[in-house]
Design a protein. Sequence first.
Length: 230
Amino acid sequence: MKRQVLVADDSQQSFTELQNALQGQGIGVSHAASMADTLDRFRSQFYCLIVIDIRVPWNDLLALIRRLREIQTVPVIVLLAGPLKTEEVSALFQAGVSLLLKKPVNYDLLAVQALNLISLFLGKNEGERLLTFNTNLVIDPLYHRVTANGQPLNLTKKEFDLLLCLARHPGQILSREQLYRQVWNDDYSLGGYDTVKVHVGILRKKLSAAGIDCIQTVRGFGYKFTSFST
């Protein structure tokens, strides 16, 4: 997976310094100069990390972080110039901030810290890595979350497990028996056929309502995952 970072910075000078340091660690960098631009870019592309250095009121910063975490679950580094109260710091961490740094910042050191956070985020265990498809569909196995076209998708545990099982084998036809054994962890029986069929139907409706069409029926064989959206 490509290591791409979004830097939200309203100062061109500080962005350039941070960009050079991150690129020195082999990290790709995108730039957003405002809160609105940050949200737009975050919705349209998958990132492994976001660094926020925008001069906005604390309440606006907190709201931005919460909104970002609703779209994608990624590490967040925040750079701050002024002092914060203990309860304000606590609220930022509770909202999803991974690292708070007081300015001025050593950008070379920040780049190393960013690389470590990215490595932890991607994980050594393949099963915990985010699955992303054309940035329209993001599946987070670690937190059991699905984002479709920038919006969270409300799935039951079995619906999530079914989608994850299909998504981990893109283009591969999986029989109803295979899906039943993987998702329900049980021996296949006559009722298993209908169980899989019903759950696939419900899952498709939820995905379709969010503008996603990624489960294809292969008549006589089963289902396969395709990374195409409507």
